[in-house]
Design a protein around this ligand. Structure first.
Ligand SMILES: [Fe+2]
Ligand SMILES: [Fe+2]
Length: 191
């Protein structure tokens, strides 16, 4: 798996902007800390982090064809806003190329939306959280969320999911169906 990590890093140098690379490095840094705190594989968390935004700087119109070639069923929301597909496409690409294990695959696939599957997939939860609180992120309550993530990963996950939903509604952005499903699952099964 160490080789997979190194190869993804090389791909990143070709595919993403320096700005994005800084974000990805920040996500990997944060993921490593959380993986150690919560007793899961540091390497798995890092691979998920390095892979998650691999195609984030590819022109979004290309995602529709890429999605088709991977046989993904697209929602109307994704067709209207193809950039939302960058995680799903990265997950499919890495699965095909390296046969990444399911928890890394799910983590990357759903990192934009969240997923009810993150309730049992800690790698997914760690990536979702780290994506929002890595060191270059700067917004009002980020410091609180950083502290919360280290103390209570469940609460941090729900809080970040909630913030994303509120932000999307305030900005009149579309909500992904997986996000709504993840939220409902938490309310019904976890609270
Ligand atoms: Fe992303
Ligand atoms: Fe990201």
């Amino acid at each position: 798996m160490e080789t997979i990590k190194e190869e993804i890093k090389e791909l990143l140098n070709k595919l993403v902007s320096p700005y994005r690379l800084k974000h990805i490095m920040g996500v990997a840094y944060m993921s490593k800390i959380l993986a150690n705190l919560y007793g899961v594989s540091e390497l798995k968390a890092e691979i998920a982090a390095f892979g998650h935004d691999l195609f984030r700087d590819v022109k979004p119109y290309r995602f529709l064809n890429m999605a088709k070639s991977y046989g993904l069923e697209l929602s109307k929301v994704e067709v209207k806003n193809p950039i939302l597909l960058h995680g799903k496409i990265a997950a499919e690409f890495l699965k095909k190329k390296y046969n990444i294990c399911n928890d890394i695959y799910e983590a990357i696939y759903f990192h934009t939306s969240g997923c009810k599957c993150f309730n049992t997939n800690i790698i997914g939860k760690i990536l979702f959280i780290s994506d929002s609180i890595e060191p270059t992120r700067n917004y009002e309550n980020v410091e609180y969320l950083r502290e919360l993530a280290k103390r209570d990963i469940e609460k941090a996950y729900i809080e970040i999911l909630k913030n994303k939903i509120i932000y999307a509604i305030e900005k009149k952005h579309l909500l992904l169906y997986e996000t709504v499903e993840a939220w409902n699952y938490n309310i019904m099964e976890v609270e």
